[in-house]
Design a protein around this ligand. Structure first.
Ligand code: ZN
Length: 329
């Protein structure tokens, strides 16, 4: 076993242990997938899921577009279900867009990747589709030109942490560093500081939500995915996504973190079929703009009409440490 394989295996084991630990800590939610597989995507990116780039810590850069950044909710609740409710009341924590509009958002995580990202960008250009890329900071620093192209093509670029750890296992400072370093790198590449954030694996806890709130970020999970990281085959990826697609769906795919050949091959069929079904393909910015404002008095969580509904905050979850655990990337 060479060194890379060893690191990959070690990361997978550590990640599994972390998720299992969190899962036993009074899980608040129902995972969106009934599979308990640790995604492949995380394994090749960081030397360890617990390592944070403290030696590269730099102060947050000034926001170039402060109007897009949300002010922190204050006071911010301490219990997680209350935090989620507070964020949802301001449309800052979403699993879906407007469930009554035929809009679908394609999102690509774990890039940029020098091989797959240009192919995905070319397909999006060909079909005149705008999508959203949740980038890993390390990859942004390595391939800033790809992120610049994502942005200049009209796509939205979001923050997916620096090294793709399970953020729920990190300290407040480490979480802040993971997010801020990534926003810095994206801002350096595109000139615009990201306002959208997707935690790796869709995992959050009170610390992650508090940091996202403090940093003015809008947290986006997803309602529809094909587990493309498991390379189930191009036709399976297409059919899974189409089966779950509906009004306001946020579709999770990957342009980095592993072999994405099948994702690239599936994309034209996905775009064509979604359009044939009457869906408009939009960025998360567009989708968020089209979500009705939700007054604080109607803090019911957004629900997704998928066979496996997304996590729903439960008042009986009294532990502020309970994470939202998703078994998928
Ligand atoms: Zn990811």
């Amino acid at each position: 076993m060479n060194r890379t394989s060893l690191v990959v295996t070690l990361c997978a084991i550590l990640g599994l242990l972390g998720s299992l630990t969190l899962s036993t800590m009074k899980p608040l939610t129902v995972p969106q997938s009934n599979e308990s597989t640790i995604p492949m995507e995380a394994t090749g990116l960081a030397t360890s899921p617990f390592v944070t780039p403290t030696n590269r810590l730099t102060p947050a850069m000034p926001e170039s577009s402060p109007n897009n950044m949300q002010s922190p909710i204050q006071p911010f609740p301490t219990l997680m279900w209350q935090q989620i409710a507070a964020l949802q009341s301001q449309n800052r924590f979403l699993y879906t867009g407007n469930r009554y509009l035929p809009e679908v958002a394609l999102t690509f995580d774990d890039g940029p990747n020098p091989y797959y990202t240009p192919q995905i960008l070319a397909i999006l250009q060909h079909y005149r589709v705008k999508a959203t890329f949740f980038c890993i900071g390390q990859q942004v620093a390595r391939y800033p030109n790809l992120v610049r192209q994502e942005y200049s093509d009209g796509n939205l670029v979001g923050n997916h942490s620096w090294s793709h750890p399970n953020l729920a296992l990190l300290s407040d400072n480490e979480i802040e560093t993971q997010i801020n370093l990534t926003s810095n790198a994206i801002q350096q590449a595109t000139g615009v500081r990201p306002t959208f954030f997707r935690p790796p694996y869709g995992v959050v806890n009170t610390k992650v939500l508090a940091q996202a709130n403090l940093l003015g970020l809008t947290t986006i999970i997803w309602s529809d995915e094909a587990r493309d990281w498991a390379t189930p085959g191009t036709s399976v990826i297409v059919s899974r996504i189409l089966r779950l697609a509906g009004d306001g769906a946020i579709i999770l795919m990957h342009d980095g973190g592993g072999d994405r050949t099948q994702t690239v091959a599936a994309l034209p069929s996905i775009i064509t079929a979604l359009r044939a079904s009457g869906f408009q393909l939009v960025t998360l910015r567009q989708m968020l703009n089209d979500v009705p404002e939700r007054p604080a008095s109607t803090q019911a969580p957004i629900s997704a009409s998928t066979p496996t509904p997304p996590p729903v905050p439960s008042p009986d979850s009294s532990s502020g440490l309970s994470p939202v655990v998703s078994s998928t990337p």
